[in-house]
Structures are given as structure tokens and as C-alpha cells.
Design a protein around this ligand. Sequence first.
Ligand SMILES: [Zn+2]
Length: 149
Amino acid sequence: MSLLPKIRTIFNSILCSSANIPLGLRATCGSVRGFSKEIDVTNPHVDDFPIELDENPYQKDKIQCILCKHSIEPDYKNVRLLSQFQSRYTGRIYGRHITGLCAKRQKQVENEIAKAQSMGLMPYTMKLIDYVNDPQLFDPDHPTRPHSH
Ligand SMILES: [Zn+2]
């Protein structure tokens, strides 16, 4: 029996028997006390290594307005939807700070409401009585953003 493997075994037994081994040295031992599983430091494919993820789990959801989220195009014939963006008392079209729409959809909604009103499908000064009790997409009393003025 050669001397070198014997010295190595003795060195390993001393190193692994001590409880106060620094973590950096522990990895040099073939097996470490206190661990339920034996760690093979020579094999890089052990399941103790970090997992590669395809996508970032901390990625925030894309902020979208309710019309973009459901890909709804405002249309002058869809009076029921357009009535959601009109005040039931004055017929005023709610602003972006209340509706929470993006600039593009807000402009589309305003244009389509104007179109529907000019064609006589929607009233100017109030909300259509038929749609007053519809569930609301947003709360006009609690705007999503403070008003810019
Ligand atoms: Zn949008």
C-alpha cells in the first residue's frame, strides 16, 4: 500500500470529523456530516445546482387598459359599451383618469360616442335609461388616477 492514499484518507477523516469546518472546505470532503444527501462535487449535473428558468418569474404583468386586455374595438353601434363611459346624470364622457383607458382607446371611445350621438343612437345629456343598471367597468367616484389639472 502506497503512502499517498493513506495520508489522503487520514486528512479527509480529520477534515470531515470536525464540526467547525468552514463551508468552503466542506465541499472538499466526499461526504459531509449533517447533510442527508451525499454531495458529489465532481459531478456538475447533481440536482443541487441552480435551475435554469426559461422566463423571469418576477416579471411584472403588462399594464393594459380593460379594452386592450380583452381586445375590444369601440364601435358606434355598440351603444351599451359606449354608455359605460358616459355620466348617467349629465351625459358627459368620462376622462382617462376615471376610465383608466389608454390614450388610443380613450380617443376611439370619444370619437365613437360622438358618432353614435350624431346618428341619434345615444343621447347627449344623459345615459340611456336601458343601460343605467348595467354593472360598471369603473367607479366614477374613485378615479384610477388623480386629475392632471
Ligand atoms: Zn389600452
